[in-house]
Design a protein around this ligand. Structure first.
Ligand code: SF4
Length: 399
């Protein structure tokens, strides 16, 4: 099915082209022994080390639905300086909430070592997230370390970052200097009133707008703005946001309000669907759809017919894209998740700190991906009941 999508060089669409250009993909579950995930002692690690795992550093990996592993999102902190109601509601993330202690966070060296192991398995792009990643002290050093990595094809790895923009005005230049390729900034409204309501904070929206301007000034490209649209809360900001970012060179993306995590009390009735958003804008500014930039791109792209630039919609609830989902995430404490809506992750930190070799760690990652069958949004859309378990919070796993 995916092979036939015209615009997608898709993950799976590569089934035609990859024969000529890339080494054959191998389904790892056919190759590797299944290793237990809980590693309790260094003796066990030694046992894993002697396993004969041929070519584990050379083959990209496919999951059970034939989806390759292309993108890695790394959450560098579970803390944030805002309390957006859909992500970190203050009732849950209040002064009593226990964030992870520093000792439980992966160090930059640990993150870089793990990131390096994902590349032979197919990863081409890394996005740093949180929580708010700019709250992690010295984040530029991590960007610099990751930006030195290369893809399997020998191209520099693309390092991106998603931020709420509050500290961006101070950090934009140093992030650019460190090698950051691209940046996405969350902004859910232009008026102070809406912004404060959505972010449940006293931060004036001007601080974020200054951060966006700084990102453009230092040459981060592209700069994208992500706006989560929630019915009755900020939908009135759709047109003002569109107007503000037209002709700016910035890509504004509207995101359907999602049921991430277990604490935001999501209801389907609060979703403004992507079609309605597009209709609202197109009534004022006619739009033309354009092809995806790359395989598995989550945003549908539209251009203003008058040359005013580009917008996107991410219809994460009404038009699901699980079939092209090539994203793995590792959380702040080093647990690997293969879906934004997962309830469980595979602990990479423990074996790493117990002294596991690259081969062992690579195979833990590959094995998890090879077993992956996640398609939460598809199941939700077809009314099959997704797992009722408590989902991981977005602030911990990264959006
Ligand atoms: S629901 Fe999970 S598998 Fe589907 S697109 Fe989202 S993260 Fe990917």
């Amino acid at each position: 099915m995916c092979c036939c999508k015209p615009e997608s060089m898709s993950s799976a669409s590569n089934c035609h082209s990859r024969e000529n250009k890339q080494p054959p993909l191998i389904i790892m579950s056919d190759v590797f022994r299944i290793l237990p995930v809980n590693l309790a002692s260094s003796k066990e690690l030694r046992d894993y080390d002697v396993l004969n795992l041929p070519r584990s550093h050379a083959v990209p990996v496919l999951d059970t639905l034939q989806r390759p592993l292309r993108d890695l999102r790394i959450s560098v902190t579970d803390r944030c300086n805002l309390r957006c109601t859909y992500c970190m509601p203050r009732e849950v993330f209040d002064e009593h909430h226990e964030f992870l202690p520093r000792s439980e966070l992966l160090s930059f060296e640990e993150i870089t070592r793990l990131a390096k192991l994902f590349i032979p398995l197919g990863v081409q792009k890394i996005r740093l997230t949180g929580g708010e990643p700019l709250l992690r002290r010295g984040i530029e050093r991590l960007v610099e370390m990751l930006a030195k990595l290369h893809t399997r094809e020998g191209k520099p790895l693309e390092v991106a970052l998603t931020t709420n923009g509050v500290a961006l005005a101070q950090k934009a230049q140093s992030l650019k200097d460190a090698g950051l390729s691209r940046i996405s900034i969350s902004l859910d409204g232009l008026s102070d009133e809406t912004f404060r309501r959505m972010s449940d904070s006293d931060v004036p929206v001007g601080i974020v707008l200054d951060g966006i301007a700084a990102a453009q000034r230092v040459g981060l490209h592209p700069v994208k703005i992500n706006m989560v649209v929630q019915r009755g809360v900020n939908e009135h900001e759709i047109l003002p946001m569109a107007e503000h970012f037209r002709h700016s060179g910035i890509v504004l993306r509207f995101i359907e309000y999602m049921d991430v995590g277990s604490s935001n009390g999501w209801r389907l009735g609060e979703v403004v669907n992507a079609r309605a958003i597009l209709d609202r804008i197109a009534m004022r500014y006619p739009l033309q759809q354009v092809d995806a930039n790359y395989s598995g791109e989550v945003a549908e792209r539209w251009h203003y017919a008058d040359g005013g630039g580009e917008i996107g919609v991410i219809a994460s609830v009404t038009q699901v894209f699980c079939q092209d989902c090539t994203r793995a995430r590792f959380a702040t404490d080093g647990k690997l998740y293969t879906c934004l809506f997962a309830a469980h992750g595979v602990d990479l930190r423990e074996p790493l700190r117990l002294g596991a070799s690259d081969t062992v760690l690579t195979n833990l990652i590959a094995q998890r991906w090879a077993r992956r069958d996640d398609r939460y949004s598809e199941l939700r859309a077809t009314a099959s009941k997704p797992a009722p378990e408590k989902k991981i919070e977005m602030s911990y796993i990264g959006g």
